[in-house]
Design a protein around this ligand. Structure first.
Ligand SMILES: Nc1nc2c(ncn2[C@@H]2O[C@H](COP(=O)(O)OP(=O)(O)OP(=O)(O)O)[C@@H](O)[C@H]2O)c(=O)[nH]1
Ligand SMILES: [Mg+2]
Ligand SMILES: [Zn+2]
Length: 361
């Protein structure tokens, strides 16, 4: 299969700006998309600042001659641009975002949690070891597709693995719209391999489990230890949650690099379109089922069941799609809807698991 990666490379015009020095705002990732939302007059009273770190007590923000902690607000996250009103901070305005990642927070309150805003490329990092999990990668890719952020899968620790291509092949099968790079994050290759996306005025983010090498890659881009790293547990390849908060770093030529703490769990919410993009073949088949509300179970005229019988689709992947879709629907519903859905959701999971078990036998 030939792949067209061109749509996922940053636009060619976003490279060097040879004729003039980049302003300090541009070095923080300021682009026409944001400047169109303000005017010179407005910017004088309320200067644009970018959130580079979220603390419990405030937002660390940078701007032109500005480096300060400003009052916290729940609707702003790392990567956001604010028109900061120094006199009345609560009047500051969060600018419309070019993209946003959010998830359903773990724990009992399960609120929506903003992960990051205004990201152009997300590096979904996993390792060629026990961390590798195709269902988890699919989740991250769905999240990126939903946010219309370019996903790139980075498989680290190739140097510790006998056959990294096995991992690369599996990851490449997720979607023909995602590029997969295999690398040794401690070696010489990261800068060259990530260069197509790490350009001036671009914001790139590293997401993935703890211990996969996100901070190691950040350090590689800076050729300097800007981020702490620590060894993983050998027996199960689990990391130690070394990075504890999301943090934007800026390269000298103005690429914003977001390091994030390893996520224990990525519960998707409001990413129906993103999931449909990852499982586009399944969605297309489902459209051919006789009944619009087909559960792809025992209904007559089910195109999914027919494809399964013909061996055109993989039952394990089908089970992942069914589970992810049901989970997303559940997470995106209101609390009241969720309570009533909880029972049927659990029942569905049990059925899927039973079926997968049977098919594997
Ligand atoms: N040999 C080898 N070691 C790597 C590679 N990538 C990361 N490591 C090591 O793996 C360990 C974990 O790397 P980190 O960069 O701290 O991982 P992280 O993803 O930032 O982890 P958290 O901050 O806990 O989320 C460190 O000891 C790194 O030196 C790689 O490609 N090859
Ligand atoms: Mg880290
Ligand atoms: Zn069906």
């Amino acid at each position: 299969m030939t792949r067209d990666y061109s749509q996922f490379l940053p636009p060619s015009g976003s490279g060097k700006l040879p004729t003039r020095e980049r302003s300090s705002l541009e070095k923080l990732g300021w682009k026409p998309f944001f400047s169109q939302q303000t005017s010179i007059d407005t910017a004088v009273d309320t200067q644009p600042v970018r959130v580079v770190e979220v603390h419990r007590t405030g937002l660390h923000a940078l701007g032109e001659g500005f480096d300060d902690v400003i009052p916290p607000r729940p609707d702003a996250t790392v990567g956001d641009w604010l028109l900061y009103d120094q006199q009345h901070p609560s009047n500051s305005k969060v600018l419309e975002r070019s993209s946003v990642f959010e998830r359903r927070a773990p724990g009992s309150d399960r609120k929506r949690q903003l992960i990051a805003a205004n990201v152009d490329t997300v590096f979904i990092v996993s390792s060629c070891n026990k961390d590798f999990n195709i269902a988890r990668l699919e989740r991250y890719v769905a999240l990126a597709f939903e946010a219309e952020v370019t996903p790139v899968i980075l498989l680290t620790k190739a140097d510790l693995c006998d056959d990294p291509n096995l991992y690369a092949d599996e990851a490449s099968a997720i979607s023909n719209r995602v590029l997969v790079e295999v690398l040794n994050a401690l070696g010489e290759e990261p800068i060259a391999k990530l260069a197509p996306w790490c350009k001036p005025r671009q914001t790139v983010a590293f997401l993935g489990s703890s211990g996969v090498g996100k901070s190691t890659l950040v350090n590689a881009l800076f050729m300097d230890g800007v981020a702490d790293t620590a060894a993983i547990r050998e027996e199960d390849s689990k990391g130690r949650h070394t990075t504890t908060r999301r943090q934007l770093h800026f390269t000298s030529d103005g690429c914003a690099v977001l390091d994030t703490p390893g996520m224990r769990e990525l519960q998707l919410t409001d990413v129906e379109a993103g999931i449909a993009d990852v499982f586009a073949d399944m969605v297309a088949l489902a459209g051919q089922c006789r009944f619009a509300d087909c559960k792809h179970d025992t209904e007559p005229g089910c195109a999914i069941q027919s494809a399964l019988e013909r061996g055109d689709i993989d039952s394990v992947r089908l089970a992942r799609w069914t589970k992810l879709t049901a989970e997303e629907r559940f997470n995106s519903s209101s609390l009241a809807e969720r309570k009533s859905a909880e029972k049927s959701f659990q029942k569905m999971i049990n059925t899927v698991q039973q079926k997968t078990r049977k098919r594997k036998k």
